[in-house]
Design a protein around this ligand. Structure first.
Ligand code: SAM
Length: 230
């Protein structure tokens, strides 16, 4: 039988190998995202039966037909968002809570008193509850607030946000999310069909509120379901 410390050592080795690969492939670009990826234990956001696969670069099932995104996708979105300590971030699609913790580790590092915060919305109640538990055991529950509801409506109570990320693919960018983004803010979202032909879009608002959209490559996400979704 493999004891717990051996299993932890094995996971750490796999995590370091993945970091090396992400740096070599220019997926991980900045020290802040590298540090956050190293700090947040992805294994704590998975069912125990999938713990050993935590640092395989694939999406994994988390129940209710949903997935935790592949590590490279979480890293790519974190790099595109250009996050800074102290920012207020809105995530649509909490899933396991991992991506929210990764973002929180950049805007409010666990060993700091930084005021950054992540608000994360999940439409499946059971997932919102298990994400809260995962965030609690990974010690991010004071930095991430999980809300159960339709994230295509955003979360006006704490708007405007410095950054918004959507981790499910919609047919178009939900208007409420654009409205709830600060001037000089950034929003990243996969746009396209249900499971196929999706493109990652970066929307930026300049200081005067003028909007620019850029394509950032092909992706494959579960559908964004809701009033402004599929
Ligand atoms: N970020 C997640 C993680 O780290 O585990 C992965 C998210 S998974 C790819 C997409 C999630 O979006 C699913 O949990 C799904 O239930 C959720 N979702 C889909 N439509 C939504 C909506 N309108 N509002 C909130 N969550 C939604």
């Amino acid at each position: 039988m493999v004891d717990e410390s051996q299993s932890n050592q094995h996971l750490l080795k796999k995590k370091e190998a993945l970091i090396k690969h992400f740096i070599a492939s220019d997926t991980l670009k900045t020290d802040k995202v590298i540090r956050a990826f190293r700090t947040v234990p992805r294994e704590l956001f998975l069912p125990d039966s999938l713990r050993d696969s935590a640092y395989n670069d694939t999406p994994l099932p988390i129940g209710n037909g949903q997935t935790i995104s592949a590590p490279h996708m979480c890293v790519i979105m974190a790099e595109i968002l250009d996050l800074e300590v102290g920012m207020k971030v809105l995530e649509i699609g909490t899933g396991s809570g991992y991506h929210a913790a990764l973002i929180a580790e950049i805007v409010a590092p666990i060993d700091s008193q930084a005021s950054g915060h992540v608000f994360s919305i999940e439409r499946v109640k059971r997932l919102s509850e298990s994400a809260r538990k995962n965030l609690e055991r990974a010690k991010y529950s004071d930095r991430v607030t999980v809300i159960h509801g339709d994230g295509t409506l955003g979360h006006p109570e704490h708007a405007p946000y410095d950054r918004i990320l959507v981790t499910a693919a919609g047919p178009k960018i939900p208007e409420p999310l654009i409205d709830q983004l600060k001037n000089s803010g950034k929003l990243v979202i996969p746009i396209g069909g249900v499971y196929f032909f999706q493109t990652l879009i970066l929307l930026t608002k300049d200081l005067d509120g003028k909007i620019k959209k850029e394509k950032r490559g092909g992706v494959s996400f579960v559908p964004l379901i809701g009033k402004y979704g599929h």
